[in-house]
Design a protein around this ligand. Structure first.
Ligand code: NAP
Length: 287
């Protein structure tokens, strides 16, 4: 029986990136729906639920993409709402690559050493990637500090993390170099999760930092988030520091994305969001 992926995308055109990744993960056929809103979802989901019964249901799955993460979360909720009892199919949320990118960045940082009890800073952490990475690293036992240009925005992000993940992250404003040095004081690791093309960590600050051991940057668009690093660095040693650039992290992100798509077709009741994708990535490390 063919493995069919139903791609629900809120953008005008459904993502070519997501489609190619799905084919590379072994999907036989993709049904693409673009411009999707939460209220459109029910009948599309019914089409997946009522065609292949019992064991065969696992051969149909849903992927939620698009660039609007909040809308993606609403679509995910609408999809779950359409299911009843065991009549359901597996579903994965990775709008704007937020889950797979955050998970890959965290796995790279963890690969250097345990985060338990360590201070981790997420610069520009109020976007979808930063929020998820913060929650996952706090879940690893780290003390996580999340920065924004405004305290209000970082407080809002931390409140959202508490509501969604039940975990504490400390908000902090970073709007100048003094505040940057203050948040980085005694930090073990830093993740730059700011918008594309924005430098948040000058070389003079990271090079001189006595405690930083791991630096990671998910911004691949020049200028990079961490000044004078290379996007392809994948664990590059600079004195006592290990640095991961966006392309170094991106290679793992692609592997995780493909593994998650393949997992969708192993059973009919998976719901892959940040935590579940993190567990899949952790299991990949152990193989
Ligand atoms: P985002 O929402 O676009 O931006 C994150 C934060 O950056 C914003 O909340 C904002 O924080 C801060 N920011 C925006 N403009 C700024 C400016 N001019 N100066 C300083 N800070 C600014 O980011 P995202 O979607 O979470 O993505 C994070 C990074 O990961 C991006 O660089 C993105 O390109 C990359 N990414 C890569 C992949 C991949 O597949 N490799 C996938 C997804 C994302 P405040 O307003 O609170 O200061």
């Amino acid at each position: 029986m063919q493995k069919i992926l139903i791609q629900l995308d809120s953008d005008k055109f459904s993502s070519v990136f997501d489609a190619i990744t799905a084919y590379d993960a072994g999907v036989d056929r993709i049904l693409q729906y673009s411009g999707i809103a939460p209220e459109d979802v029910r009948n599309l989901v019914y089409g997946a639920m009522f065609t292949r019964g019992g064991e065969a249901l696992k051969n149909s799955s849903i992927f939620i993409g698009g660039s609007d993460v909040s809308l993606g979360e609403e679509i995910m909720a609408a999809v779950s709402d359409a299911f009843f009892g065991p009549v359901r199919v597996s579903v994965m949320l990775d709008t704007n690559g937020c889950n797979t990118t955050a998970v890959a960045a965290v796995r790279k940082i963890v690969s250097v050493g345990s985060l338990k009890g360590r201070k981790i800073v997420i610069l520009g952490g109020t976007g979808p990637v930063g929020i998820r990475a913060a929650a996952l690293m706090a879940g690893e036992g780290a003390q996580v500090f999340l920065s924004s240009r405004t305290l209000k925005k970082s407080e809002k992000a931390c409140a959202m993390i508490h509501k969604r993940f039940g975990i504490e992250v400390t908000p902090q404003q970073v709007s100048n170099e003094d505040e940057l040095k203050k948040i980085l004081d005694t930090a073990y690791a830093v993740l730059c999760a700011g918008a594309a093309g924005i430098t948040l960590l000058p070389e003079s600050v990271w090079q001189a930092h006595p405690d930083l051991r791991v630096l990671a940057d998910v911004n691949a668009v020049p200028p990079l988030g961490i000044e004078n690093t290379k996007p392809q660095w994948d664990g590059k040693k600079i004195d006592s520091k290990t640095v991961f650039g966006a392309l170094g992290i991106g290679g793992l992100k692609m592997e995780i994305h493909r593994q998650c798509i393949a997992s969708l077709f192993t059973q009919n009741d998976l719901q892959l969001d940040a935590e579940e994708i993190y567990t899949i990535a952790k299991n990949m490390d152990q193989k």
